[in-house]
Design a protein around this ligand. Structure first.
Ligand code: PEP
Ligand code: MG
Length: 925
């Protein structure tokens, strides 16, 4: 049996996107539900893969025969004939894979035109201008896509004719001018390829089908798939759609446009889009003429506007998802040329999904699953500080919301080059083309001087969630000079500019930005997420400010408070240094006594802010030398101080220099200038620095990350942990006394054996007894262990005897499992490991499920075998990563903890995890 490579729109399965591509499948589907689609057929992705596999570039056997049969059916349906000189059938040849890749592959329009069919078209439409306009478009597109002729060669001829004739806009060209252009274009092709332009329509069709198939492996498409991680399981090969041409450029009762069933920028439930009368589809997308908003159609073509509204609601009712559709009106008849799910920014996606639940179009679960947790990041993007009052330099269309600053660059390659060096850039172009895609990836935002809100730049930037200002016509971009001119101002490459994609403004310099707010719809959606999720989402927060922010993001508690961060404040550091350099336990205790009230106040604030939610306080973790200056710094400072003492007498110099030197690590300076003039004071500073240097040398370790830190510190200097434990419990007792419910948790870092836990637990118990007795209140707390050392995981069963909870510190656990330094690996070999596929992902970002994850799974099982109700969470960076969260759900963790702004992402990811787990279970069951 011969393979069926080709399906008409009446027979193709609208659900089979893998085989027919998204566009083909949707066209089958909307044809079959009775929308007015131009007759057409689709050649399968299987044919594409088969063709790409054949070394000699032949289409698989049977493809062209089936194409001939389908063309005969098109002829029958339209009453036209392919290649006919009197009533010619013209077709478009369009790409379309299972995943939408807008503009990444090729499309050819008006195929079938040659000298004879052109005559037919002209006679039939009685419109010579239209005929030649179609012809020149076809030659250029076919020349570029199928024959590889550079666009610039055509553009040069086109501009030359326009100049000769003295017109600015294409619309000013007459039939004779377009005829001249067509002749010149034919010569361009002949000169470039060494062969005449193919005349035989079937030869054209075969070449075009192959060209579209080839575009699957084109650089743009390959780059796009890599960037968006589109795997062969998601989309393999492109289908080819051959569709009867309908014309939006046959006169003023014709139009072409693109529409969204709801506003893709805001989500507002209103038809949104643009159209042009007497134009062909490419004109709208390419931004060659500035299109009109669809609302204008209500006046210009009222009947068709009503039909368009009807089309909008039929599409939405059928797909129950916002649709992005293309249409053409030919001589007063409306055709739907394609539809697909609308790409929207996150806030529009959230709003439309929530509203569709309220409109009973979809369920809460569907709404949740519709939103990629990672995309919520866009909603948390910065926007311009509202108090900023500066005047914009220029304005354009607000094409993709958000705000960004960066150096202006004028081509995609340069953007990529600088972007790779970590430099923030804004890509500035007259208009963008699909081949600029790598520049988009590298840029913070995109600015174009031409094109509408559905232009390439706008669509791609929105999809990526990057701010874009499009069609800023007051800006004159000169790519050659690498400059843009705005009135009297010149933006040179490297000048910093700011884009406000929400309002469409451009500013010189970097404008201050503020965090984005939650929309009401996001709050609603996340409420549904919390209902659906099993995992709790906590925040990593070290200060009351962080905690308050995390609470706003919906954090259900604090899963990690890194107490060392509290020590770094300028006024505290000298006390911490006193504690470290102390020679005796008494001296150390004196410093700790000063720190106690400070820490207690910190914890009290934190508990109050989070009340009644749990707050997990981790006892001091880093090696204490981290609080001291480096050895080199101290040596340099001492040298200068000694030099100063010998040679400088002048009081002012002394004051200035000593201020400089003593101030670098938060040392307190005597306030009196008079005292400062005294060289004895320099001696005091010298003595102090010598003391610190001695300590720095004594504390030096070859591998500090594996050294004297975490619980090891707590055991060797029990007074430090005792102070912290006392601060936690006293703060809690104070709150209890004040009637504020609290749930403190004390967590021990770097644990590797149960003995360590036992030791610290005894400290906790003893302080707890004292605090309860002193304060006369009952203080409940939990005691737990970080799981960030491999041995701790292997001994989970035993640790669970002492711990009420575990929290996986997957930053250190990843470091320990791979033996990759978490400080260095990402800047050294990891990028190459990723590029070469030695490791799929960066394990410090994406939890390594196969290795680290396996260890976690075992530790959870072993821990719970001892202590079935053991609470287990994660507080490493992975706690905010959607795929890692899914894994945490699967292995039965109770909570994830991540940085505040990632909390909404984690809440949604936790809901996805449960919903998808349910679906998996159902599928199995
Ligand atoms: C961890 O190691 O994952 C962790 C949370 O602790 P830190 O990042 O502070 O070492
Ligand atoms: Mg750690």
């Amino acid at each position: 049996m011969t393979t069926k490579w080709v399906f008409s729109y009446h027979e193709g399965d609208g659900k089979n996107k893998q085989l027919l591509g998204g566009k083909g499948a949707n066209l089958c589907e909307i044809t079959q539900i009775g929308l007015n689609v131009p007759p057409g057929f689709v050649i399968t992705t299987e044919a594409c893969l088969n063709y790409l596999d054949q070394p000699e570039g032949k289409l698989p056997d049977g493809v062209m025969q089936q194409v001939h049969e389908q063309m005969a059916a098109l002829e029958q349906a339209t009453g036209k004939q392919f290649g006919s000189a009197s009533n010619p059938l013209l077709v478009s040849v369009r790409s379309g894979s299972a995943m939408s890749m807008p503009g990444m592959m090729d499309t050819i329009l008006n195929l079938g035109l040659n000298a004879q069919t052109l005559e037919g078209l002209v006679t039939q439409t009685r419109n010579e201008r239209f005929g030649y306009d179609s012809f020149r478009r076809f030659i250029q597109l076919f020349g570029k896509v199928a024959l590889g002729v550079p666009d610039e060669l055509f553009d040069a001829q086109f501009d030359a004719v326009k100049k000769d004739v003295g017109v600015e806009a294409d619309i000013g060209l007459q039939a004779a001018d377009l005829k001249e252009i067509s002749q010149r274009f034919l010569s361009v092709v002949r000169n470039y390829t060494g062969k005449p332009f193919p005349e035989d329509p079937y030869e054209q069709l075969e070449i075009a089908i192959k060209a579209v198939f080839n575009s699957w492996m084109g650089k743009r498409a390959v780059d796009y798939r890599r960037e968006f991680q589109i795997t062969p399981e998601m989309a393999n090969g492109t289908a080819v759609n051959v569709v009867t041409m309908v014309f939006g450029n046959m006169g003023n009762d014709c139009a072409t446009g693109v529409g969204f069933t709801r506003n893709p920028g805001t989500g507002e439930n209103l038809l949104y889009g643009e159209y042009l009368t007497n134009a062909q589809g490419e004109d709208v997308v390419a931004g060659i003429r500035t299109p009109k908003p669809l609302q204008d159609m209500a006046q210009e073509m009222p009947t068709l506007h009503t039909q368009l509204l009807d089309l909008r609601s039929r599409l939405e009712r059928h797909y129950r998802e916002v649709q992005d559709f293309e249409f053409t009106i030919e001589k007063g008849v409306l055709y739907c040329l394609q539809t697909r799910n609308g790409k929207m920014n996150a806030s529009a996606m959230v709003r439309t999904s929530v509203e569709m639940v309220r409109e009973h179009l979809i369920s809460e679960e569907e709404a949740l699953l519709r939103i990629n947790p990672q995309h919520l990041e866009q909603m948390l993007y910065p926007r311009l500080d509202p108090s900023f009052k500066g005047e914009p330099l220029a304005a354009g269309l607000p094409a993709s919301p958000g705000a960004a600053s960066g150096q202006a660059v004028f081509d995609a390659d340069r953007a990529e080059q600088l972007g790779k060096q970590g430099i923030k850039v804004i890509l500035v172009r007259e208009e963008t083309k699909p081949e600029d895609i790598h520049g988009f990836f590298a840029s913070q935002g995109i600015l174009t001087s031409r094109g509408g809100k559905t232009s390439h730049a706008a669509v791609v930037a929105r999809g990526m969630g990057k701010p874009c200002v499009a069609g800023a016509e007051g800006i004159n971009v000169d790519v050659q000079l690498r400059k843009a001119f705005v009135g009297g101002t010149v933006i040179k490459e490297g000048d910093v500019i700011t884009l406000d994609g929400t309002r469409g403004n451009i500013y010189l310099g970097a404008v201050p930005k503020v965090e984005a707010d939650f929309s009401d719809e996001l709050v609603t959606l996340l409420g549904w997420a919390d209902k659906a999720a099993r995992l709790k989402v906590m925040a990593n927060a070290d200060t009351p400010n962080d905690a308050a922010r995390a609470l706003k993001y919906g954090a259900m508690g604090i899963g990690l408070c890194r107490t060392e961060r509290m020590f770094n404040a300028v006024e505290r550091l000298p006390i911490v240094i006193d504690m470290i350099v102390a020679d005796t336990a008494d001296q150390r205790q004196a410093a700790l006594d000063k720190l106690l009230p400070i820490q207690r106040a910190d914890f009290k604030d934190l508990f109050k802010t989070m009340s009644p939610r749990p707050v997990t306080v981790r006892l001091l973790d880093p090696p204490i030398h981290e609080f001291l200056p480096s050895e080199q710094q101290l040596v340099d400072e001492l040298e200068q101080l000694r030099h100063l003492r010998l040679s400088v007498q002048g009081m002012e110099v002394l004051v200035e220099t000593a201020k400089l030197l003593a101030g670098s690590k938060g040392e307190t300076l005597p306030s009196s200038v008079h005292e400062m003039g005294d060289t004895r004071l320099v001696d005091t500073v010298i003595t102090r620095k010598e003391q610190i240097l001695k300590k720095v040398r004594a504390l030096r370790e070859v591998n500090p990350m594996l050294g004297h830190r975490g619980v090891r510190l707590g055991i060797t200097f029990p007074e430090i942990y005792t102070m912290q434990i006392r601060a936690v419990l006293e703060a809690a007792a104070d709150c209890v006394k004040a009637g504020i419910p609290v749930a403190p948790e004390i967590m021990v870092p770097q644990v590797c054996t149960v003995q360590e836990l036992k030791h610290v637990r005894r400290l906790v118990q003893s302080v707890h007894q004292q605090v309860e007795a002193t304060f006369g209140v009952k203080v409940n707390y939990q005691f737990g262990s970080m799981m960030e050392v491999v041995r701790a995981c292997m001994r989970a069963e035993s640790l669970a005897e002492e711990a009420q909870f575990f929290s996986f510190g997957t930053n250190d656990l990843t470091q320990a499992s791979f033996s990759f330094s978490r400080e260095d690996a990402e800047n050294k070999f990891l990028p190459m490991y990723n590029d070469r596929g030695i490791l799929q992902d960066n394990p410090f970002e994406v939890l390594d499920v196969k290795g680290v994850g396996r260890l976690m799974k075992l530790a959870v099982e072993w821990g719970r075998s001892e202590h079935p109700n053991l609470k287990v969470g994660i507080c490493g960076e992975h706690g905010g990563h959607p795929a890692s969260i899914r894994f945490c759900d699967e292995i039965g963790l109770n909570y994830v903890s991540c940085s505040g702004p990632r909390v909404p992402i984690a809440r949604l990811a936790a809901a996805h995890a449960q919903i998808l787990l349910g679906k998996k279970g159902n599928a199995k069951g």
